[in-house]
Every structure is written in structure tokens, then in C-alpha cells.
Design a protein around this ligand. Structure first.
Ligand code: DOR
Length: 431
């Protein structure tokens, strides 16, 4: 394996910002410091990566990616999703278990891990809380935890049965795992296709009230208090959800939360054109909700930005609004949206995208830094000033359902390094 020398950048990790070059050897960081790359030239045994004007950071970690394999390979595969992730700066992503079949048994966990061997980023497999994600019977959580599964979720659906969720949380505290909840009361949400509010009334589209999310956030805060189990709230979208999480954290409960880029960049007004590319679950909310999600990210109430990357093939997504499946692409645009839209220092943005989600995913030993000699070489090099325009046809995902087509963004990944090998070099995927 040739050595890699990353020269001329500013290093940013949890400890702050400093100038420095990074030498990578055998998958690990061999040296870090100012001037170690002086006079270095590329040769057969050294690859020099230019980081001039760039930030060198720990690789990003996504808590929420739908990779669609097995079962929906026409929309995405683990390989194409991982390539999209690498282009977005990620070195680790959590694969959601709402595949077909669902990831709810040791055999399917092993199958997905086999499919993920050698792809462009590490794929951490999340498993379902209930068998088939049907919400009736718990999956073999202890066996799955013994295989190293750290996150369990029925995402796509919330666990509706409070008694079953209580039982799952009781197991979770013993197994040192986290239950990631898609907060949606299905009876309250039934029949809705967008956020319930002024725009749903104007457009005549049945709405999903904010309360469908909030009652489950409240319930699971109560169940975490009761059981001591760790709950991670997926894709929070409403102002009151953010306030509930803030109060639960102030109480010292074991609660974490994420928000998706579309919930801090887009409002329900986008639905006015009836374009199903704006259909997502939870739905795009009001301006006040978007502002509250941003404030929650700024205050640290929301721990992480997670993509909820949800590819759908054009033949199903380009349907009438009420028939199209919910979901939007996220892996290739999350970092740039955060840098462009959140008025936060880059150090804080990277905390939300890298080291804080790494802790929740249970992969902090390998991803999320710090950038130190002896540490694993999972890194990304970001040009924070690079301007670019989102072109759906240029994305590495197999699907095209980005709501940001034509949007001008600032901040782009120049290189991504996984276990010492570039997966992205000068903005190009390497495999
Ligand atoms: O919009 C969504 N799409 N929300 C979900 O919870 C599931 C996801 C998907 O799998 O397409």
C-alpha cells in the first residue's frame, strides 16, 4: 500500500483547528504536523494529496442511509450507495433495515455485511426491533447484538405498541444497544401525504399533523425514563419535538436525536408544485419548524445531521403526489447543505456530521477522529469555498430523487480516505 501524504490543509477535529500535514501508512496515521510534507514529491511509494485551502477532518458518519439491498436494487445497491457516501465525505454509514426482506436476523446481517465488503465506505448494519418490522414480536436482539449490531430500528415505521417498545428498551439497556425510533403515530398520521397546515389546506392534500411525531417522542421519553434504555430519535422535524428532547436531556435521560438536511433547508411550501420529489416522511414542515430544527442543531440539542438518504427509482417516484413513495437522496449533498445553510462554524458542522454521530453509531474508535499519530486513517478533505450546482444526472446514486436539482451550494469534498486508501480523489470516486 503506498503511503499517502495530505499536504497544506487545516486539521479540524474535536480538539479544534490547527495547521498540519498528515502522513498515512498501512491504513493508519503515521505522522501529523506542520511541515512534514515539505518538499515531498509523488513517487511510486508516495501519493500526495493536495489539501491547500482545505479542511482535513475525520471522515463523516451517517446514522441513516437506506441502501435498498437486498430487494430494491433498481433504486440503490450497497455499492452505489457507498460510492455516493464517499463522494459526500463519509467513511461510515449506518444501513437501515427496511430492506426486502428486512434485516431482522443474523443471517441477513451477515448477508448485508458480505455485500458491503470492499465498498467505498464502512457499512454499519442496523437491525429491526421487530420481526419483519411488523411491530408484533421482538427480533432476536441479543443474538444480533452479539454480532456487533449497535442500533436497532423499525425505521419507515415507528414501533406503535408501547408495551413492546418498553420490552425492547428493557433488553436494550442490558445489551448496551440503542433503539432508534421513527416517531410517527400511524393512526394520527393515516391518510396524510404532507405536513398538516396552511399549505395542505390550500393544496387540498391530506395532512400529517406535527402531533403524530410528537406523541411518540413524548411516549419514548417516558419509556426511556421508565427503563433506563437508550433512545435515539430519527429525523426530528417539529419545533415541539426539539423542545421535548431539550427537556429530556436537561433531565439527564439517555436520549439523542438527529435531523435531516431537508428538515433544515426546505418547508412545506415546496409542495405547491405537487412534485413528488418533495414528498418525504416525516414531511417538510413549516418555516417555524425549520427554524427550530436549526436552533436545535446550533444549541446541540440535536446531536447529529443524518441524511435519511432514501433513493427511489424514477418509475415509482414520478407518480402522482398521493401515490409516490416518500423519501429523498441525501448522501452527496448533506455536507454542502450544512455548510451553505447553517450559520455555524465549520468545527461545529463537522461535529454534527462526524464525531457526534460516530459516538451514537458506536464506531468512535474507527471514525470521527481525533487526527493523531496512530489513529485510523478515515478522513475527508473539504474545500469549504468550492461552489457547485447540484445536477441529478451527475450523482453517483442509482436514483435521481434529489429535491436540490439546480441549487447552488458551497463546500465540496476534494478527497475521502478510507482505511488509508483514497475512495475519492480530486472529487472523483476511485472505484
Ligand atoms: O421518507 C422516508 N423514506 N421516510 C422513511 O421513514 C422511510 C424512507 C424510505 O425508506 O424510503
Amino acid at each position: 500500500m503506498p503511503e499517502l501524504l495530505i499536504v497544506g490543509g487545516d486539521l479540524v477535529d474535536e480538539s479544534g483547528r490547527r495547521r498540519g500535514d498528515v502522513l498515512v501508512r498501512d491504513g493508519a496515521i503515521a505522522a501529523v504536523g506542520e511541515g512534514i510534507g515539505d518538499g515531498a514529491a509523488a513517487g511510486p511509494n508516495v501519493t500526495v494529496l493536495d489539501a491547500g485551502g482545505c479542511i482535513v477532518a475525520p471522515g463523516l458518519v451517517d446514522l441513516h442511509a437506506h441502501l435498498r439491498q437486498p430487494g430494491r436494487e433498481e433504486a440503490e445497491t450497497i455499492e452505489t450507495g457507498a460510492r455516493a457516501a464517499a463522494l459526500g465525505g463519509y467513511t461510515a454509514i449506518v444501513a437501515m433495515p427496511n430492506t426486502e426482506p428486512a434485516i431482522d436476523s443474523p443471517g441477513i446481517v451477515r448477508e448485508v455485511r458480505d455485500l458491503a465488503a470492499g465498498v467505498a465506505c464502512e457499512v454499519l448494519v442496523a437491525a429491526a426491533i421487530t420481526v419483519g418490522r411488523r411491530g408484533e414480536q421482538l427480533s432476536p436482539m441479543a443474538e444480533l447484538a452479539a454480532l456487533g449490531v449497535r442500533l436497532f430500528t423499525d425505521d419507515g415505521n415507528g414501533v406503535q405498541d408501547a408495551r413492546l417498545m418498553r420490552r425492547a428498551l428493557e433488553y436494550a439497556s442490558g445489551l448496551d444497544i440503542t433503539l432508534a425510533q421513527h416517531c410517527e403515530d400511524e393512526i394520527l398520521a393515516a391518510g396524510g401525504h404532507m405536513h398538516e397546515g396552511e399549505w395542505s389546506s390550500r393544496l387540498g392534500i391530506p395532512g400529517i399533523p406535527s402531533e403524530a411525531e410528537e406523541v411518540m417522542v413524548m411516549r419514548d421519553i417516558a419509556l426511556s425514563r421508565l427503563t433506563g434504555g437508550r433512545v435515539h430519535f430519527l429525523h426530528l422535524s417539529t419545533a415541539r419535538s426539539v423542545a421535548l428532547v431539550a427537556a429530556a436531556k436537561a433531565e439527564g435521560l439517555r436520549i439523542t436525536a438527529e435531523a435531516a438536511p431537508h428538515h433544515f433547508t426546505l418547508t412545506d411550501a415546496e409542495v405547491a408544485a405537487f412534485d413528488p420529489v418533495f414528498k418525504v416522511n416525516p414531511p417538510l414542515r413549516s418555516r417555524a419548524d425549520v427554524d427550530a430544527v436549526r436552533a436545535g442543531l446550533a444549541a446541540g440539542t440535536i446531536d447529529a445531521i443524518a441524511t435519511d438518504h432514501a433513493p427511489h427509482a424514477p418509475e415509482v417516484k414520478e407518480a402522482p403526489f398521493d401515490q409516490a413513495p416518500p423519501g429523498m437522496l441525501g448522501l452527496e449533498t448533506a455536507l454542502a447543505l450544512a455548510l451553505t445553510e447553517l450559520d455555524l462554524p465549520i468545527e461545529q458542522v463537522l461535529g454534527l456530521l462526524s464525531w457526534r454521530p460516530a459516538v451514537i453509531a458506536g464506531c468512535r474508535a474507527d471514525h470521527g477522529g481525533p487526527i493523531l499519530e496512530g489513529g485510523p486513517a478515515n478522513l475527508c478533505v473539504i474545500d469549504p469555498e468550492a461552489a457547485w450546482v447540484v445536477e441529478p444526472g451527475q450523482l453517483a446514486s442509482r436514483s435521481r430523487n434529489t429535491p436540490y436539482a439546480g441549487r447552488k451550494l458551497k463546500g465540496r469534498v476534494r478527497h475521502t480516505i478510507l482505511a488509508g486508501t483514497p475512495t475519492v480523489r480530486d472529487g472523483e470516486a476511485q472505484q
